[in-house]
Design a protein around this ligand. Structure first.
Ligand SMILES: [Zn+2]
Length: 430
C-alpha cells in the first residue's frame, strides 16, 4: 500500500476514537496502534497508571552502535462541540484533500505518521544503530501525570533516549520573502503569579468610606497589560536571525524587531522576553460589599534559563511598590536543547532535499510540550518538528483546539516521509 494511503487510513481510524481529555480513554488508541504495529513486526508495550489511560511504547531494537531516537506523540485531544463543526468531529471524514476530526493536527496526524514510519522500517527489516522508539502517550492536554511525566519517572528505561522528535514545530512560513521551516528547540517557562491587592471593605452604598481593592487591582492590571521586558537575544533567536541574514546588535534589537513585518514580529516577539497576561480575577462575592481584597492571577512566560526571581524586579518596577503582595504560583518547563546536533542536521537535510530554497530556523515555543520532561529527566535532545506546507500555517494555527480541525493529506505524507528520513539518518549511526 502506498505510504499516503496507509497513513491516511490509520489516521481516520484514530480519529474515530473519542480520546477527549478529560477523561482521555487513551487505551483505545494504544490498543489500535498496538494491533497495527504488531502486524508489522514491531514489539509493543502498554504502560498505564490506570487501565483506561495507557501509554504505548514500541521499539525497533538497535545494534547498540549508535544513538537512540524517540518518535514522540500524544493520543489525547481537547474537547469538541459537534454543533460548531461542519462534519462529525469523530468521523475521520476525508473531504477536499483533508482528513477531518478532532486531533487531526494536534496531534493524531503526527501519531499516525510516526506509527507508519516505524512500521515501514520494520517491514523493510531495518536495523538501526541505536533503538528506534515510538511512544504514543496519554494526557498531554491536561497534564495530570498519566502520560510522559509518569513514564519518565516510573518506566524511565522505556523512554530514555538520546534524540526525540515531538510536536511543536514544522510550520512553513515566509520570512522576508524566504521560505522557512520553524523547528522548536526550546520552550518558555510557564510561571503564573498571583497578586493579592489590599484595600478596605465597606458598604457599597457609601463608596467614600471604603478603599475598593477591585478598583486598585484594575490599575495594576492596566500596568501589567503594558508590560514588556527589554528584548534579549538567546542562542535560538541568534540562530534565527543568522539564518535569515544578520543578527541585530543588542543596542538596536528593539528597533530591528519593530521593523519586521507584523506576522513575523508576532512570531519573534515572544522569543525575546517575558510575556505577561492577566487572566483571572476575584473580588467581592456580594454586589453590595466593596471588596477589601482582590486577587488577580497572571499567566507569565519566561525565556528558557530565566527564573521568577530574575524577572520579579522588573514586574515590581512596573507595578509600583505598595498595596499588593506578589506570589509565584508555580514554575514549569523552560528547557532547551542545543542546536547543531545530528538531529538538527537530519531536519536540515530533509528540508534541503524537499525544498532547496527553504531554510530551517530554531524557535522557542511560547507554550509547554512534553519535550520538557525528556530534557529534564535524561538530557534528551528534543525538537518539535512536523513539516507542513500545504495547509496555510495561519489556518492551521486557527484550527488547533477549534472547530473543523483537519490536516491536508499532502502534509500527512510529507510528515511521514520526514520521520522516515530522521529515523534512517539517526539510525545510520552517524
Ligand atoms: Zn498536542
Amino acid at each position: 500500500m502506498a505510504l499516503r494511503d496507509e497513513v491516511t487510513a490509520l489516521l481516520r481510524d484514530l480519529l474515530r476514537l473519542d480520546t477527549v481529555n478529560p477523561p482521555g480513554n487513551e487505551t483505545q488508541a494504544a490498543e489500535l496502534l498496538r494491533a497495527y504495529l504488531e502486524e508489522a513486526g514491531v514489539a509493543c508495550e502498554l504502560h498505564a497508571r490506570v487501565p483506561e489511560r495507557a501509554n504505548l511504547v514500541a521499539r525497533l531494537p538497535g545494534r547498540g552502535e549508535g544513538p537512540s531516537l524517540l518518535l514522540l506523540s500524544h493520543t489525547d485531544t481537547v474537547v469538541a462541540d459537534p454543533a460548531e463543526w461542519t462534519v462529525d468531529p469523530w468521523s475521520g471524514e476525508l473531504r477536499d484533500g483533508c482528513v477531518w476530526g478532532r486531533g487531526a493536527l494536534d496531534m493524531k496526524g503526527h501519531v499516525a505518521a510516526a506509527a507508519v514510519a516505524i512500521a515501514t522500517l520494520a517491514r523493510e527489516g531495518f536495523e538501526p544503530a541505536g533503538d528506534l522508539v515510538f511512544a504514543a502517550t496519554a494526557d498531554e492536554e491536561v497534564g495530570q501525570d498519566y502520560g510522559l511525566s509518569w513514564l519518565c519517572r516510573e518506566h524511565p528505561e522505556a523512554v530514555r533516549t538520546d534524540y526525540c522528535v515531538n510536536e511543536g514545530g514544522g510550520d512553513w512560513v515566509l520570512v522576508g520573502g524566504r521560505p522557512v521551516y520553524l523547528c522548536s528547540t526550546a520552550e518558555k517557562m510557564s510561571a503564573p503569579f498571583r497578586l493579592r491587592v489590599h484595600g478596605r471593605s465597606g458598604h457599597a452604598s457609601m463608596p467614600g468610606i471604603a478603599d475598593n481593592a477591585l478598583v486598585r487591582a484594575a490599575r495594576l492590571v492596566d500596568r501589567l497589560a503594558g508590560f514588556s521586558s527589554p528584548p534579549r537575544l538567546t542562542p535560538e533567536t541568534e540562530a534565527f536571525f543568522a539564518a535569515l541574514g544578520d543578527v541585530p546588535e543588542p543596542a538596536v534589537l528593539e528597533r530591528s524587531v519593530a521593523e519586521l513585518s507584523p506576522d513575523v514580529r508576532a512570531m519573534v516577539e515572544p522569543m525575546l522576553g517575558t510575556a505577561v497576561s492577566p487572566t483571572m480575577i476575584a473580588a467581592s462575592q456580594r454586589v453590595n460589599v466593596i471588596p477589601g481584597l482582590c486577587e488577580v492571577v497572571c499567566d507569565c512566560r519566561l525565556l528558557p534559563g530565566d527564573t521568577p526571581a530574575d524577572v520579579e524586579p522588573a514586574l515590581r518596577a512596573r507595578l509600583g511598590e505598595d498595596g499588593y503582595d506578589l506570589e509565584w504560583v508555580e514554575a514549569v518547563g523552560g528547557t532547551r536543547s542545543p542546536l547543531g546536533t545530528p538531529l538538527w542536521d537530519a531536519v536540515e537535510s530533509f528540508v534541503a532535499a524537499e525544498e532547496p530554497a527553504a531554510r530551517v530556523v530554531p524557535v522557542v515555543s511560547p507554550g509547554f510540550t512534553d519535550s520538557h520532561f525528556l530534557r529534564e529527566a535524561f538530557g534528551t535532545v528534543a525538537y518539535g518538528f512536523f513539516p507542513m506546507r500545504t495547509m496555510d500555517p495561519e489556518l492551521a494555527a486557527r484550527l488547533v483546539h477549534s472547530a473543523d480541525e483537519r490536516i491536508a493529506v499532502e502534509d500527512l505524507e510529507l510528515g511521514t516521509r520526514f520521520l522516515l528520513h530522521v529515523a534512517r539518518t539517526i539510525g545510520a549511526g552517524a
